[in-house]
Each structure stands twice: as C-alpha cells, then as structure tokens.
Write a protein that binds this ligand. Structure first.
Ligand code: HEC
Length: 439
C-alpha cells in the first residue's frame, strides 16, 4: 500500500505526545470522517471521509497503513469483505472492492443512479448489498463484480443489513419504513414485509437475529428496539437528541452504541437495554462514524473533525465531564499554520515547484496565481474557468465558505476551516511556504 511521505508526518502527529493509555487519534484525512469499521479480529480499522478516500489503520498500536483512493466523491461507508478485501461506497454512486495488500481496486461496481449510503456483505461473503438514494438496493457478486439484481424500495435507502441466512435483507428508508425483503425468488421478485413504520426517516438499523431484535435510529432522534418475531417495540432508548446517525454493536453484541447529531454517544447493554454510558463525545457537531474496538472495551468515533478518535468506554464519562473532551498534545515545534497544512492539505497538495502531483495541484507560487491556471494539471471546469486570483483574502474565503460554496463544482472536497485564527495561521504559513517566482 502507498504511504506518501506527507502522510508519514500526518501519522506521526496521530500519536499523542503524552501517554494517554487507550486513547489515540486516527489522523490524516483531509475532511470529515464519515464512517468507521473494525475488522472482525480487531486488528485493523477503516475510516471513510469526505476527502474521497478510505483510511486503513492498524489498531494494535494505532498507526496509519495506507489510503485507498479511487472514489470521485465522498466515501460514505466501507466494510471488511473477507480475507484481504475491503468494500467501499460513496457519493459517486459507485462501489469499489479493494485488495488490501496492493491498495488497488479489484472491482468497480457501477449502476446506481444516486449516492450510495451503506453497504453490507452477506454472511457467506459472496454477495454485497448497497443502499442508495436512487431508491434501490443493488446486489453484487463479489467474485465477479457483476450486479445480480436490484430491489426496488421506492424511497431513499439509508441503510441495509443481511439476514443471517443471507436470503433476506433489512432496509431503512427515508419514508420511515423498516422493511424485510425475502430474496428467495430473486431480487426483482423480492416481497417486502413492513416491520415498523416510524413516521420519520430511519437513518440506521442494527440487527441481532439470534437474539431476535432490530434497533433503528431516526431523523427525529428516535431510538427504538423491536422484537423481530412479534414486531413489538421492546425498548425506547430515545434521548431526544436528533438526528440519530450511527448505531454500532460490540463484537459479542452485548453493547450497542448510538451516535447522534448533537455529539453524544449513548452506550446501552443489549441484555436489558439499560445505559452503560451516556456522554458528550464531541464539543461540536455530529457523531456519524462509530464502531467498537475488537475487545468491545473501546469505541472509535468520527464526525466533522478530520480525524477519528479511539477511546476506552470506561473512561468516557470522566472524559465527558471535562470541558474539552479530547486533550491531545500534538508534537511541539510545529506552528499552528504548519500543523493545519500537514493535517488538512498535505494529503493532496505539495509545496515544491516540481512537486509530485497529488490529488490537487502543487501550491508552489500560489499567491498571485489565477485559479485553475497551473500548466499540466487537469482542473475541473469550475476552477479552469474561474477568475479568482489567489491571495490571503480569496484563500480565506475558500475555507471560510468551503470549496463547495466558493468554487461550486470544484473537485476539491467539501471542507471548511471554521476557526478564524486557524485560517489566518494557515495563510501566513502558506505565504512563506509557497514562495515562487510570482512573489
Ligand atoms: C482530498 C484532497 C484535497 C485536500 C485535502 C485539499 N485540497 Fe485543495 N485542491 C484539491 C483539488 C483536487 C483541487 C483542484 C480542484 C479543481 O480542479 O476543481 C484543489 C485546489 C486547490 C486550490 C486552487 C489551486 C489552483 O491552482 O487554482 C487551492 C488554493 C487549494 N486547493 C488549497 C488547499 C488548502 C489550503 C488545503 C488545506 C486546508 C487543501 N487545498 C486541501 C484537493 C484537495
């Protein structure tokens, strides 16, 4: 797998200088972390991001292993798909099956007409299901990469899960319905049973067929657990924090964690649905990425920040009481501006004239340069046709408003730097570090 030099730096920053046992940051993404998944043996984790990439991490002593780059837009979800394989899906409507050893795509699976929010792999590892906002679930043969059919759900599909025997699917939709689809006669002929009509969009589901329950998390903040046999609601875990964005199960399924739009994580015991921990995990913004570590003792969470956090559940309550939940000390010696660049830009931009081209153009000689004008780089039409000239003011606007607003249609991923001082420091650093002939 490719490990870019700049990422070696980013990875080095990931380890807190002070020993915080059990705590770590998975750091290096260039945008918010959208999802996280942990391998069944607990050794590795995947993060997906608005920066179009999938991060692969070792959890033994958290280190970055590589980036899977191939999606043309935000990656919404990735899961481990059997030995040495990873399946990812994103806003580019595509699924990619990756070979972990080489970091390369094995199959690129296309056919959806809307973004793909979630993927699931059948218990035998042979088939993938993809939940899309085109109103369908796609089924894919992972050996060949071929589509094997579509289940027409008829509403934005937010989440999907396989039945334990692989012959059925659970879906969660924007129309508020949680459905079970019997696939015995093939996807096209699949018949649906409505398990629950929630009234509000259902974002996420978690299923434990062995113990006979399904949990759902809704747009309205609702967290309900139903008995699969009777379809009765057996627990209402609604905490009135909306929307619910993530549900995660510990490997032994004794714990379920709920992440919401207000930055809380609620950990409950599935035995009696009592609260194990309920804490404010991030000062600002949502928890939309959530997974248990392999031993079930820790959680990995992500949201608007461009890193994911690994933390021991047992310490979560006391952590939440402090004003700043994550007190990590990055390596001393870097200025704030340099650190901003290392963490948020260096994945995609170099600063040298002959700078090896990354996803983005080199920023060498940036000040005074017209947007989209560097020879030899293939810009989007949005930047190529722009009359913006890069200066302290325009760079400030770019990250105050975010590329999606300041340069709509740009290939640069959606990301904002909300701190005025962080932007000023970054710009001061860039002014020095990009000095070229134009200066
Ligand atoms: C995940 C990749 C990625 C990250 C992270 C990223 N960029 Fe970009 N950037 C791009 C791409 C791709 C383009 C070209 C956009 C286009 O053609 O629409 C670009 C374009 C730009 C441009 C316009 C350059 C020109 O020649 O017109 C500037 C300025 C810029 N980025 C600055 C930054 C800064 C500063 C950061 C960090 C805060 C950053 N970028 C983070 C991918 C990225």
């Amino acid at each position: 797998m490719r490990l870019l030099p700049a990422l070696a730096l980013a990875a080095a920053l990931a380890l807190p200088a002070r020993a915080d046992p059990g705590f770590a940051r998975l750091e290096g993404h260039g945008g918010p972390v959208r999802s996280v998944a942990v391998a069944p043996d607990g050794s590795r984790a995947l993060t997906t991001s608005f920066d179009n990439s999938v991060g692969v991490w070792s959890l033994n002593s958290p280190t970055h292993l590589g980036w899977l780059e191939g999606h043309a837009a935000a990656v919404n979800h990735a899961v481990f798909a059997g030995a040495g394989r990873v399946l990812s899906a994103g806003d580019d409507f595509a699924l990619i099956l990756w070979d972990l050893a080489s970091g390369r795509p094995v199959h690129r699976m296309e056919g959806h007409k809307g973004k793909v929010l979630a993927v699931a792999v059948s218990p035998d590892g042979a088939t993938a299901a993809s939940a899309s906002w085109d109103g369908s679930v796609g089924l894919w043969d992972l050996a060949s990469g071929e589509n094997t059919g579509w289940v027409t759900v008829g509403t934005n599909v937010n989440d999907v899960a396989f039945a334990a025997d692989g012959k059925g699917l659970y879906t969660a939709g924007y129309d508020g319905e949680v459905k079970f689809w019997d696939l015995s006669d093939g996807p096209a002929a699949a018949s649906a049973t409505v398990l629950h009509s929630h009234g509000f969009g259902v974002n996420v589901i978690a299923v434990d067929e062995a113990r006979g329950w399904l949990a759902l998390g809704g747009l309205d903040g609702g967290v309900l657990v139903m008995d699969l046999a009777t379809r009765e609601i057996v627990a209402d875990l609604t905490a009135d924090r909306r929307p619910v964005l993530a549900l995660a199960l510990s490997p032994d399924r004794s714990l379920m964690a709920v992440g919401d739009g207000e930055g809380y994580i609620h950990v409950v015991r599935t035995e009696d649905w009592s609260t194990e921990r309920d804490f404010h995990a991030v000062a600002r913004g949502p928890v939309w990425a959530l997974a248990f570590t392999g031993d079930g003792q820790g959680l990995i969470s992500g949201g608007l920040d461009d890193f994911a956090t690994v933390w021991p559940i047992a310490e979560a309550a006391s952590v939440a009481e402090t004003e700043q939940p994550h007190r990590f000390h990055l390596s001393e010696g870097l200025s704030n501006g340099e650190r901003q660049f290392a963490r948020k830009c260096s994945i995609c931009h170099s600063l040298t004239p002959d700078g090896k081209r990354r996803a983005g153009p080199t920023l060498f000689g940036l000040f005074g340069r017209r947007a989209g004008s560097l020879e030899g780089y293939t810009y989007s039409d949005a930047l190529a046709g722009s009359d913006i000239v890069w200066s302290a003011e325009t760079i400030d606007l770019l990250f105050d408003l975010g590329p999606d607003h300041y340069t709509p249609g740009s290939k640069m991923p959606m990301q904002r730097i909300t701190g005025e001082e962080d932007r000023a420091d970054l710009i001061a650093y860039l002014r020095e570090a990009t000095k070229g002939t134009e200066q």
